[in-house]
Design a protein around this ligand. Structure first.
Ligand code: CO
Length: 151
């Protein structure tokens, strides 16, 4: 572990995985797999035009857990998900952690020497504020931090 992280722990954070992001080429095919074949409950679908993606949120479990599977399908040629699929094919894309205070979380990451891919929070699905952390500073995993939006 990054030695700078040791001074930051333990914390009083209520950390949990908000969602796991999976890039799919076709949203309906993804829903058919995870809902119709594997039994997850579809919560909603949504377009996120600023990211050029269509997303589906499926509940990770039916016992009131907060976690979701986020399927991300490109709506056209541009955008990160289209580029990801073109380069690597569909697959696991990111892990999103819920944070109560995204500005404070960004400060903690900066203090720990973790590079942020966003200078400031940007709007994501569900009206949330999101920031991505550099995968090279997170063990090869693209980590998203997300917090409830203002509205
Ligand atoms: Co996400």
């Amino acid at each position: 572990m990054n030695p700078k992280l040791e001074n930051l722990l333990p914390s009083d954070l209520d950390g949990h995985v908000d969602h796991i992001g999976v890039a799919v080429a076709d949203l309906q095919a993804g829903i058919a797999l995870y809902r119709d074949l594997l039994g997850l409950e579809l919560e909603r679908t949504e377009e996120v035009p600023q990211e050029n993606v269509q997303v589906a949120f499926l509940k990770l479990d039916r016992s009131g857990g907060r976690g979701h599977l986020e399927l991300l399908a490109p709506m056209g040629e541009g955008g990160n998900i289209a580029a990801f699929i073109a380069k690597r094919g569909p697959g696991l894309h990111h892990v999103a952690m819920a944070v109560p205070d995204i500005a404070a979380a960004m400060e903690r990451c900066r203090a720990a020497g973790i590079r942020l891919l966003d200078d400031k929070p940007r709007p994501g699905a569900g009206g949330k504020q999101i920031v991505f952390l550099h995968p090279k500073d997170c063990g090869g995993v693209l980590v998203e931090m997300c917090a409830p939006g203002d509205g």
